[in-house]
Design a binder for this molecule. Sequence first.
Ligand SMILES: Nc1ncnc2c1ncn2[C@@H]1O[C@H](COP(=O)(O)OP(=O)(O)OP(=O)(O)O)[C@@H](O)[C@H]1O
Ligand SMILES: [Mg+2]
Length: 597
Amino acid sequence: MNKNQCAYTFSKLYDDVYVKDAYIYSIKSKNDIVIHKPVAQFMSVKKAIEDVETKKEMYELEFMSNRRMKKIQVGKKDLASRANLLSLAEYGVDVNDLNVKEVMKHLRNEIDNLKVSFIHRNVGFEEDEDKKVYFKHYKAIGYKEKSKYSGNLAVEPKGSEENWMRLIKDEVVEDTKLALALILGFSAATVGFVGEELSIESLLVHIFAESTHGKTTAAQLAVSPFGSPKLREQGLILDWNSTQNAIFGLLSGNRGLPMVLDESSMLNKKDFTNLIYILASGSDKKRMNKKLEVRPTKTWETTIISTGESSILSQSNKNTGLKVRLFEFGNIKWTKDSKQAEKIKSIVTNNYGFTGIRFVKKLLDLGKDEVIRRIMKWKSKIEEDLKENSFKGRIAMKLAIIVATGQIVNEALNIKLNLKKIKAFIIDNENKSIEDIDLPSTAYDHFKQSLVVNKSKLNKDFGDTLGVVGSSTYELWGKLEKNKHENYVVIITTKFDEIMKKGGFENTRYILQAWKDRNLLSHEKGKLYRRRIVDPKVRGAVPCYVIKLQNGDGKKQEDKKKKAKKDDKKDAVVENDESKVTKQNTSETVEEDLLED
Ligand SMILES: Nc1ncnc2c1ncn2[C@@H]1O[C@H](COP(=O)(O)OP(=O)(O)OP(=O)(O)O)[C@@H](O)[C@H]1O
Ligand SMILES: [Mg+2]
């Protein structure tokens, strides 16, 4: 009897099977004679593995096939039924109709003696069964079990933390831009930690400049606290040219590890904008497989840094809400010179994956409430310095996450990144970028598009009771009006706020004021609204915004303003105009679409 058999005599469930050397034996008694008979070639369950995310249990099965040892991973259910067990024959497991019962008993005996090891396949923050938050890196940090990473990313620390720290002290701490790049990388964990509580989407940062400006170097520095900054070999950097599936593959399930998409100039503009939306939204809901079946939604909440030669925002000015989703840092030299770039590249590609863990431990120590408190404190400070714009609150929140991250990095790594300078730098950058974006025009486009989609909610035949009015499902937003020169949309003020909020425009007063200046708004003196009867079934006038329907972007209206002022009748929208609204131009336009039945 060998050592294994000895152990089994105490703990095994079925004592009529055992393993010895290269075979599994069954024990049978016949007429008081005990027969030991080999029934299958050697096989053994080596490991029990539990996926901490799905809670599924798996086994590592080792077996003899064609005179060599093989290992495969099987699910618990593969060993739980005859049919499933028999299907393992295709991998070479020696199981068949004749021996399946004994093989099953043998494997069951083995399972009882195994210690479970835990794995995770995703990265970043996660809540356990008791709602305790922990972080999944190459190991789980703050989890009750020792769980190991079993995914595709090179996140296991490599080289030495000292080398990395020396680089930071020598080249980064005193340098506002490189310090910012570093903080952006760490911010991924902050976003993963409290992003949901703060209702912010992933942080998306695009850095653009000409070649040899150190963009890729800065991005490599950013991801190095958490993992390999190599473009290949499963580093945290992907090529923008990678397929969307590859990009989403790396992002899905990521709640706290920075990701870089390098070199955007290769992509065409259309793909780019769509992709940015999907990336920022944190899920790839709309993905379908080849059979056009919708795949399960995969989500992420992290910081994504993109690099390229040109601005994304300037290519997609008309795209509502992009501004709040994407920060851009344009035309910045991130490195002092090529020598410094080479030094950073060389050190971070050989020494990485240490300080991200320190940072995450600090976040867990502080707890969500304290981290949120700090972010909110920075947010109100930043709002004081941020130029007025309709996304101010949300932009300030994201900038506050960056500064708060810097503060926590300083504490976790015991370094002194200059937060004051970094804060001033990002606010200044943002203020410049706000100047470039014509928010009122973007908002106007969003408003018109929303109307087209919901035109059934506008009462066209004012004064008449439309069949649908009054039915319980009918939702009335307002009505269309016209005077001699112009068509107007009269929209209930609260509905207007709702529509704009959906597009990410929080500060509707600012937008309306800008439209008023551009002669896009008909209003009572000293007000932004007019009182109107919208629904003939409901008595009395309600405050409405009376917005001119105009094609093209709102800005063009500024030029017409002078001319318009000469026309006294311009602002006098004719109330109760029962005449049919007529088409004013023949081109295919939003206005035309709205006015069509
Ligand atoms: N500030 C700098 N001045 C001069 N050369 C630099 C500077 N920074 C980097 N380089 C050189 O450019 C090379 C590429 O650096 P990096 O990949 O960071 O630049 P990049 O801005 O991403 O350029 P590209 O657009 O070509 O990808 C470095 O190996 C270095 O030789
Ligand atoms: Mg580059």
